[in-house]
Write a protein that binds this ligand. Structure first.
Ligand SMILES: NC(=O)c1ccc[n+]([C@@H]2O[C@H](COP(=O)([O-])OP(=O)(O)OC[C@H]3O[C@@H](n4cnc5c(N)ncnc54)[C@H](O)[C@@H]3O)[C@@H](O)[C@H]2O)c1
Length: 450
């Protein structure tokens, strides 16, 4: 049994905590902290915690004694460094959400501290734990495509995800959160480093903010204030949060044929949502609605759009300054070259990958709606489908596997057994250094060393 305290009870804090519901004999939550009272109350009743197990801030819960085996830290990016340092000082093994911290110096200090104090510091690089990316790694280790020569990856952030998180939301300003190449792509850079199996040597990068550059004085400050382009603007907030059209489009690719028919009909005849079972769509409260309100009724969502940040016109948000497209080129010490394209205008959310080796190629699509991996053998020209599955929630299944393996290694450490971390802090640090170097290369138009 491993015990935990959870710091930050938002989306990610809850994702990891849910492991205690699925595996109560392995994992128990004994304390939690969040500055938001509603989140504390919800969490307290969900995990049946007593009043003295609930704290208002990370400082309160990490004040003096160690209360559990591990601390899971899922606060906003700029509130990672201090609680993680304090938790390690108290002797906690720590699962810290990515990015480790928004500056190079803080990431290095965190990694060094975990080593000096002999505590585990694992970063939430969940994609390494998915079936999709693990299979690619197995193929590379098994020498199936020979020596890797080039890796090509794309992170296609959908237009509604970009608008939600990176224009209207928490990650829209590099000074208040982190550069987008770190916030969104530390996963991709981590995977690249894992697949190249070598340290990065030199990095170049191009990109910037392409679309949301000039304010639109002809448009109101909020979508709900009678916007004249509401019919044609893909960022029109009521369509994203009330009609949840983008989420319906993803669900159209689900396995369940009845669901598909219901959704298709609801898209073609929106008035059907006045009646059951179609009216259930109006009550959708999952991501991204869960971020804007905890009242998923149509009235609750409308109130959030009228008063909160997510109803703002995307063209008139003054503090928005993160890039909406960026390319990164890398050469690793072993000579492998790699490219990453990240952009926030994709019609569909998902990543793609192509790895070419001296004996073959692996091509993959890791989309929100499906995952597909193909191997092509150069000698025989045989094309084999390695994986072909529909939607898997929780980062393609990676969330639950990561927390499960984290608990397993903490248990091994506690029992004095040997253990190996798949994503130790020093491995995760490399991807963060790559992101800082890419950001620098883009801004200075230079070639940098991570
Ligand atoms: N691994 C991944 O793939 C992944 C995906 C999404 C987000 N993240 C990262 O996870 C972290 C959390 O993201 P989220 O989407 O859960 O955000 P969130 O806003 O839903 O949750 C953060 C919580 O921290 C709380 N908080 C703020 N200040 C605090 C303080 N001083 N003490 C205690 N609690 C405090 C907030 O009230 C909020 O409930 C971020 O760093 C984000 O970048 C990682």
């Amino acid at each position: 049994m491993i015990t935990a305290i959870i710091i930050g009870l938002g989306e990610r804090g809850n994702v990891y905590s849910d492991y205690a519901i699925s595996f109560p004999h392995k994992f128990r939550i004994v304390g939690a902290a969040d500055t938001d009272r509603k989140k504390r109350d919800l969490f307290q009743s969900k995990f049946q915690l007593s009043n003295d197990q609930i704290y208002d801030t990370w400082q309160d819960i990490l004040k003096d004694n160690k209360l559990a085996d591990v601390a899971i830290i899922a606060t906003p990016d700029t509130i990672h460094f201090e609680p993680a340092m304090q938790a390690m000082k108290l002797g906690y093994d720590v699962l810290l959400e990515k990015p480790m911290a928004p500056t190079r110096e803080e990431c290095v200090t965190l990694t060094k501290t975990s080593k000096d104090r002999g505590v585990i510091l694992q970063i939430g690089h969940v994609l390494r734990y998915t079936r999709f990316y693990s299979l690619i790694k197995e193929y590379l280790i098994g020498d199936v495509i020979g020596n890797v020569v080039n890796i090509n990856m794309s992170e296609n952030v959908s237009y509604y995800h970009y608008a939600h998180s990176f224009v209207r939301g928490n990650w829209n300003n590099r000074e208040n959160s982190s550069p987008m190449i770190l916030a969104k792509c530390s996963h991709d850079l981590d995977l690249m480093y894992w697949f190249a199996d070598s340290k990065p040597d030199r990095i170049s990068s191009f990109g910037g903010l392409h679309h949301f550059v000039s304010p639109r004085e002809d448009l109101p400050q909020r979508c709900t204030d009678g916007c004249p382009i509401s019919e044609t603007c893909v960022y029109y907030a009521p369509r994203i949060y009330e009609e949840i059209l983008p989420m319906l489009h993803v669900s159209l690719k689900s396995d369940n044929i009845i669901n598909r028919i219901v959704i298709k009909l609801a898209i073609i005849f929106p008035w059907l949502k006045l009646y059951r079972p179609f009216s259930k769509i109006n009550e959708y409260g999952g991501w991204p609605v869960s971020v804007i309100t905890d009242d998923p009724s149509l009235e609750g969502k409308r109130r959030a759009l009228q008063n909160g940040p997510y109803g703002r016109c995307v063209y008139n948000i003054e503090d928005h300054n993160v890039v909406d497209h960026q390319q990164v080129s890398i050469i690793f010490e072993n000579g492998i070259t790699a490219n990453l394209t990240m952009q926030g205008h994709s019609s569909e959310e998902g990543r793609s990958i192509r790895i070419d080796g001296t004996k073959g190629t692996i091509i993959g699509e890791f989309m929100l709606s499906h995952q597909k991996l193909i191997h092509i053998d150069s000698l025989t020209n045989k094309r084999s489908v390695i994986l072909d599955i529909k939607r898997e929630s929780g980062h393609g299944g990676g969330d639950m596997i990561l927390i499960g393996q984290f608990i397993e290694i903490v248990a091994k450490k506690k029992n004095g057994e040997k253990f190996e971390e798949q994503t130790s802090a020093d491995k995760s640090l490399i991807s963060h250094l790559m992101a800082f170097a890419a950001d620098e290369a883009r801004l200075e138009q230079s070639i940098t060393k991570p």
